[in-house]
Design a protein around this ligand. Structure first.
Ligand code: GPK
Length: 823
């Protein structure tokens, strides 16, 4: 039996909420019902909801304080939050009530939610994972705090002009953001630059004193994180940089006026803008400063809270504090905690190291070598002179105490494991520091964790077999099903009860209806309605007409060669060619939809966006193919757009070269919402296929082992070019002006990368298998019942990919963290 959702005690009824919204419209927004813009209505609604949120936030904080709970501190340079209004309303159990209240005020709640700018403080999967995780932490009543940077500008807004990506600044808080609270009472001051002095204390002990050249103020902004059913409200604390009043006159006199002015301006620059490179490290010093800034602020905050309860007795520190490093971006927190404990709190080295080791753990999100952070030593030393000394000492002890006994006299192993990379420019390797300083290192899907152990860090795994582990990623079903796909959510509630957003495994209850014609119809009617809605969005955003009758085939993710949007594109061109050659070519109409941002400096990625748009123009306007093929590039892909695309997808393209996509999380969201995965055996695709059954998906391509074998043998893309006439024709097409009239060769860079460039990601090697899998998808779609069954099975078996399960794994095996119920 379907259970009715229980309204929460203390939550508001419709009339109260209505009164509160009007009250805030007048007394917080300073306007009236008659004059108010939709933006004002939105802010007034947030203010009304915030009364509830703050109440619960205070309760949570008092409970945690009173019970002196252990807590996890999730350090991440990115939190890709998206919009918060609908999410918070759902989690508070107030969505329906607010909808009804607003309706009486003449406002549609969905329109109201559109007023909110996305909080795009992240690039892609890594940042969105952090956002899902803090939702799950609050939902599971785990004491937790997210720490990051309060970027003034999040990820750029993408415009498409004549097919090309243009980057425009994002200003998410230009007109105020009702969800953030400034906390001047918790401002921190952070040192940078300067020099280290060795002094001797009265006890004769040697001490290091870091005389900073500059100090920067860190101003915390708190975003409440409301758990589902609203009991625990944790916070996400984001640091904004400001110039400090502090001024070091010695450095000023030595360094000169101009330099110090430049430093002052730079202080304000630190939290100005998110670096838009995903999985590639530019080595820019400002980024190191950003990383140190937010880690140092966060550690000071952690220390302040710890000392309030325990004074200077650090024997309980590791019992109270867990710190998760989301990729290597916050690695500098390790030497910073050592500096605090050794230099400031005067613990001896071994005691301090024992604490650090227990406190920290590290998540690796990629094997791509260009993403592994390294800092030129001479730059590092200028910014953080004391930290470099500490890193040398960590490294010396590690090499002498652990590496030498295990591999006596083996200098090659020492060189490989050292935190310092030798060479023309010596470098600090953040990945090695992370592994050495953490008690646990996890990958984000089974296969990825295996490769972390075997290929990326094999010697570290030999030293510490227990350290390396796996936590498969997950996504929050509150945002990615309940909120973005209300009709499907309702079907689940009616079918398996209202508890599924907490216990996603309950969705399996729908499996027994997978063959049932009536249930299939309900499921597919919902999909159809979602597609109809997307048809309108596509028209509004791009002017392109598409039919909901077609298969909606979606690839949404950052643009990267390894994610292989170019493989999707050459297949689209091949289909187009087949249709031109034979107008009766037998296929169900298909709409290929892309959403993707390219890093501004990633030339080939931008060329691929251009090519997609140019092919789209030509295909979409070609009468000869009778609308059987459409190509849509949705500009400015972001969380709020994903929420519209995902419920409407039939096919989920997850086509990375095996071994390169650490996990993927879009794959989980799409499957949950009733799409078939067209994917390689990579990342979490493998586990998705395990849960759903490979027969209900379209799996293709080389496996990880086969990729390795092909590369070992010496891969030659020209072989495929000459062997497969379709590949040859499509690539040669790129040199013509067919898609770019009057401008031949504008698409040639893609061909060149695939042939002269060596096709690093084996797109040509996988083309044929991909094309066959696409035919399988087409055939399956035309069998209405088989398709309906397949998407139901996929959706109903995605329980494993609830981020609550991921977080429970972290809590059990990495953080040793217990829930704390809030009254
Ligand atoms: C990995 F290393 C990185 C990075 O810099 N940015 C990023 O988004 C992604 N990731 C992986 O590419 C995905 O496979 C994975 O699901 C996601 O991180 C979360 O773990």
């Amino acid at each position: 039996m379907a259970k009715k959702k229980v309204e929460q005690p203390g939550s508001l009824d419709k009339d109260q909420l209505k009164q509160n919204i009007i009250h805030h419209l007048r007394s917080t927004l300073g306007t009236s019902e008659e004059k108010a813009s939709r933006q004002s209505w939105w802010k007034a609604t947030c203010a009304a909801v915030n009364e509830q949120v703050y109440e619960r936030l205070t309760q949570t904080q008092q409970t945690h304080l009173k019970q002196d709970t252990r807590a996890v501190h999730y350090l991440s340079a990115e939190f890709l939050m998206g919009r918060l209004t609908a999410n918070n309303l759902h989690n508070l159990g107030l969505y329906e009530t607010s909808g009804a209240a607003l309706k009486e005020l003449g406002i549609d709640i969905a329109d109201l939610c559109e007023e909110e700018p996305d909080m795009a403080l992240g690039n892609g999967g890594l940042g969105r994972l952090a956002a899902c995780f803090i939702d799950s932490l609050a939902t599971l009543n785990l004491p937790a705090i997210g720490y990051g940077l309060h970027y003034e500008h999040g990820l750029f807004r993408q415009e498409i002009r004549d097919g090309r990506q243009i980057e425009r600044p994002d200003s998410w808080r230009e007109y105020g953001n009702p969800w953030e609270i400034c906390r001047p009472e918790s401002i921190q001051e952070i040192p940078l630059y300067g020099y280290v002095e060795t002094v001797f204390g009265e006890d004769g002990k040697m001490k290091k004193v870091w005389h900073a050249g500059q100090k920067i103020k860190g101003v915390p902004w708190d975003i409440p994180v409301v758990g589902y059913e609203g009991k625990t409200v944790n916070i996400l604390r984001l640091w904004e940089s400001r110039a400090s009043e502090f001024f070091d006159w010695d450095v000023f006199n030595a360094g000169g006026y101009i330099d110090s002015q430049a430093e002052k301006a730079q202080a304000e620059t630190i939290s100005k803008v998110l670096y838009p490179n995903d999985e590639s490290e530019a080595g820019k010093i400002l980024r190191l400063v950003q990383q140190y800034f937010f880690c140092a602020c966060s550690l000071k905050d952690i220390m302040r809270r710890y000392k309030r309860a325990h004074g200077s007795d650090f024997s309980k520190f590791a019992e109270q504090i867990a710190i998760q490093l989301n990729d290597t971006h916050p690695t500098i927190a390790i030497p910073e905690l050592m500096r605090i404990l050794v230099d400031e709190e005067e613990l001896d080295w071994d005691a301090a190291w024992a604490i650090c080791y227990k406190v920290f753990s590290y998540t690796n999100h990629t094997l791509l070598p260009e993403a592994l952070e390294k800092w030129a030593l001479y730059l590092f030393e200028r910014v953080l002179p004391r930290h470099l000394e500490i890193i040398y000492e960590i490294n010396r002890r590690f090499l002498e105490d652990l590496v030498e006994p295990k591999w006596p006299g083996d200098d090659a192993v020492k060189a490989k494991l050292s935190i310092i990379e030798e060479g023309d420019v010596r470098k600090v390797r953040m990945g090695n520091l992370c592994v050495i300083g953490s008690h646990k290192v996890n990958g984000v899907a089974e296969i990825h964790s295996k490769l972390v152990k075997e290929d990326l860090f094999p010697e570290f795994a030999a030293l510490w077999p227990e350290k390396m582990c796996n936590v498969t990623n997950g996504v929050t079903p509150r945002r990615w099903l309940l909120s973005c796909n209300p009709e499907l959510a309702k079907l689940y509630t009616d079918t398996v009860g209202a508890e599924w957003p907490l216990k996603l495994d309950l969705m399996r209850g729908a499996l027994k209806h997978a063959d049932d014609a009536a249930f299939q119809k309900q499921f597919m009617d919902i999909k159809r309605a979602n597609k109809e809605k997307l048809v309108k969005v596509i028209k509004a955003e791009t002017g392109i007409d598409v039919s909901a009758e077609a298969i909606f085939d979606i690839q949404i993710k950052r643009l990267h060669e390894y994610k292989r949007q170019q493989l999707n594109l050459i297949h689209i061109m091949a289909l187009y060619r087949r249709l031109l050659a034979n107008p009766d070519y037998d296929m169900h109409p298909r709409v290929f939809i892309f959403g993707s941002k390219a890093a501004p400096g990633y030339k080939l990625a931008k060329d691929i966006i251009y090519a997609i748009n140019k092919v789209a123009e030509r295909v979409n306007n070609d009468e000869r193919i009778k609308g059987k093929l459409k190509v849509v590039f949705m500009p400015n892909y972001r969380v709020s757009l994903a929420e519209k695309l995902i419920p409407a997808a039939d096919v989920s393209q997850q086509i990375s070269t095996a071994g390169y996509e650490a996990s993927g999380t879009g794959n989980m969201k799409l499957a949950m919402n009733g799409a078939i995965t067209l994917g390689t055996l990579d990342g979490a695709n493998i586990e998705i296929a395990e849960e759903a059954g490979a027969e209900y998906n379209a799996i293709f391509g080389l496996t990880v082992d086969e990729v390795k074998a092909v590369k070992a043998k010496g891969y030659n893309p020209w072989d495929y070019y000459y062997a497969n006439p379709e590949i040859k024709a499509v690539l040669d097409w790129m040199d013509t002006d067919f898609f770019t009239p009057g401008r031949p060769g504008e698409l040639s860079s893609i061909k060149r990368a695939l042939l002269d460039g060596g096709d690093t990601y084996l797109a040509l090697a996988d083309f044929e298998s991909y094309s066959e899998a696409q035919k399988k998808v087409d055939a399956l779609y035309r069998d209405k019942q088989a398709w309906a069954k397949a998407v139901i099975v996929n959706s109903a078996t995605m329980g494993k990919f609830n981020s609550d399960r991921s977080i429970q794994d972290y809590a059990d095996y990495i953080w040793y963290l217990k829930p704390c119920s809030v009254a």
